[in-house]
Design a protein around this ligand. Structure first.
Ligand SMILES: [Zn+2]
Length: 586
């Protein structure tokens, strides 16, 4: 089934597709999970204020604490099995997210969740914890990580999830009978894992700047020498720009699946480096960005607004996802009416539209450095962290007044005027518009088809602990249904089109992805991408990247088994038998 370069493989009619309604993941809509102390592509190495959990769910007249099956989410991602069932591999270390309903005035940390496994007539306690997990999305939940070692699991296991099992909560929980749900969890053999998960283990290499941790049998292992060079270069760049040095080697974890926008920080930094790189970020930019978050630690205090930390990281890196002229690109914020008032942006920085928030924050840093000078900016940056117990907008205002003698309001009018004066081209504005649309579609995809990856509610696990326990599934297993693969391929192609400035083509691909997310694969390009994903899967491969040219598709394919399982993708050429005009080429 392997097809060499230039050879042609007939795959039948790409476009004759059956688009069934996909079974929904075993992950409830209520599965909003939280990121503890980590931020997106981004991150904060330290200093993220853990917010209280202010937004209670919509409250009915008489709230009564309860739980439904969809309020319990299991990680790692299960795999689809026969009959629309979702399956785990025996040996998975399972984590639980439990999100109670109608919490009302019950303090989350006072509410216990206990999970039992039924064994005959016995109930064995698997895990227990409070609902006080600190969250980004403000939804209280219990997160019980790597709580169930399933090595001895049968084909079918029954779990009971019990809220307030000892009946300590009275007010707000008048009916304790709706505090219990029972779940069936199904398993297949450990040996059924496909590549690369079957072969992957954690490994480490040390470079000038960093300790690089990666998974064997993944793209990171294949590209290790390039990653080493890139990491050294990126860290040296950030150190030079900030005029400081790392106190100790940077711990960098390359993982084989996308989580969030492609990176996050724990004690080290975690970078997504999958074969199907649908987030499309420039690795060196991300490494610069994350290195800034580590290098600026001596400059930050408990109150440093996230807006400034992310703004500094993007500005020093020289762009967000890719190298770009920050002032000129940010000028598009005014032209597109996307500008967010600074007081609002400073408050709850991570909940604003991600790409706009980061760009605007970087532009503010650019403006302040240009207006007042770098040393003065650094003094201001340091000062902004000192005001403990102050909302971010007030801390910003106070530091601006103290450093530059002007408050937030006055700074904002001057900043807006500066943005309006930037020489933004129509293409730069359109690129920003399309980037925002593409990443919004990516996040929608993650929310519906890959919940662990969704930044506000997914689970970004601690890689050091994962490595210590030898866990790879949470860092590697991602959706592999042909529909999911097709959508990720559309994203990947859209990213590549944006990178080379093919904006019309990018727009077409993004629209195709949006339709596919609505379940509509009936027209190109979504129909073509789904057909390609199917054709490759039918031959035992997984499509990682596509280039369409007329009725031919060049597809980069990884293989699931055999000696080639850990190898770089092969290029296959697929040929459609019908000759509809190409729709994704201009
Ligand atoms: Zn960041």
């Amino acid at each position: 089934m392997r097809v060499g370069k230039g050879a042609s493989l007939r795959v039948g009619k790409w476009a004759s597709l059956q688009v069934g309604k996909g079974a929904s993941l075993q992950v409830g809509k209520g599965a909003r999970v939280a990121l503890g102390s980590l931020l997106l592509l981004a991150c904060i190495a330290t200093g993220l204020t853990t917010r209280p959990t202010p937004t209670a769910p919509l409250t009915p007249p008489l709230p009564d604490l309860s739980i439904a099956p969809e309020d319990v989410v299991l990680y790692p991602l299960p795999v689809p099995g026969p009959g629309g069932r979702w399956l785990f591999y025996r040996g998975d270390q399972i984590s639980f997210d439990v999100t109670p309903r109608h919490l009302g005035a019950i303090p989350p940390q006072d509410l216990t969740v206990r999970i039992y496994r039924l064994r005959g007539t016995e109930q064995e306690v698997l895990a227990e914890g409070a609902v006080g997990y600190p969250t980004f999305d403000g939804v209280p939940r219990a997160r019980l990580t790597w709580a169930w070692d399933t090595r001895d699991a049968g084909g079918r296991e029954t779990l009971v999830v019990h809220l307030d099992p000892d009946d300590r909560v009275r007010a707000g929980d008048e009916d304790p009978t709706n505090n219990v749900v029972t779940l069936t969890v199904r398993f297949i053999a450990d040996t059924a894992r496909p590549a690369p998960e079957a072969a992957a283990t954690w490994a480490t290499t040390t470079t000038d700047c960093c300790v690089l941790h990666y998974l064997t049998c993944t793209r990171a292992e294949r590209d290790l020498s390039m990653l080493t060079d890139t990491a050294n270069r990126a860290v040296a760049f950030a150190q030079d720009r900030l005029g400081t040095r790392l106190a100790s080697p940077l711990q960098v974890y390359f993982i084989g699946r996308v989580l969030g926008q492609g990176g996050y920080a724990w004690e080290g930094i975690v970078l997504s480096y999958p074969d199907r790189a649908y987030v499309g970020t420039d690795l060196e930019m991300v490494l610069r960005h994350e290195a800034v978050h580590v290098l600026d630690i001596p400059l930050v205090g408990p109150a440093t607004p996230s807006l400034l930390r992310e703004g500094l990281a993007v500005w020093v890196a020289g762009g967000h996802y890719r190298p770009e002229s920050i002032p000129a690109r940010a000028g598009a914020l005014i032209r597109l009416n996307g500008y967010i008032p600074l007081a609002q942006l400073a408050e709850d920085f991570y909940r604003h539209q991600h790409e706009i928030g980061y760009l605007e924050a970087a532009a503010l840093v650019a403006y302040l450095v240009e207006t007042y000078g770098w040393d003065e900016f650094l003094a201001f940056y340091r000062q902004s962290g000192e005001a403990a117990n102050m909302p971010p907008a007030d801390a910003l205002d106070r530091a601006l007044r103290s450093s530059f003698g002007v408050g937030l309001e006055e700074t904002e009018s001057a900043f807006r005027a500066w943005l309006s004066s930037q020489p933004t081209t129509p293409d730069q504005a359109r690129d920003l518009e399309l980037t925002v649309r593409l990443f919004d579609a990516i996040r929608r995809y993650q929310q519906t088809l890959d919940p662990p990856a969704y930044f506000l509610s997914g689970w970004f696990p601690d890689p050091a602990e994962g490595k210590r326990q030898g866990i790879v599934a949470d860092f590697l297993r991602s959706p592999r249904s042909v529909r999911a693969v097709a959508i990720e391929l559309l994203f990947t192609s859209a990213q590549e089109s944006l990178q080379r400035g093919a904006l019309d083509q990018a727009a077409l691909l993004i629209e195709g992805a949006e339709r596919a997310l609505d379940g509509d694969f009936s027209a190109p390009p979504a129909s073509e991408y789904l057909a390609i994903a199917r054709a490759v899967a039918a031959r035992g491969g997984e499509a990682q990247r596509v280039e369409l040219e007329g009725d031919r598709a060049r597809v980069w394919v990884t293989l699931g088994e055999g000696t080639a399982a850990c190898s770089a993708p092969q290029m296959w050429v697929l040929q459609t038998t019908d000759h509809r005009p190409p729709t994704t080429d201009h």
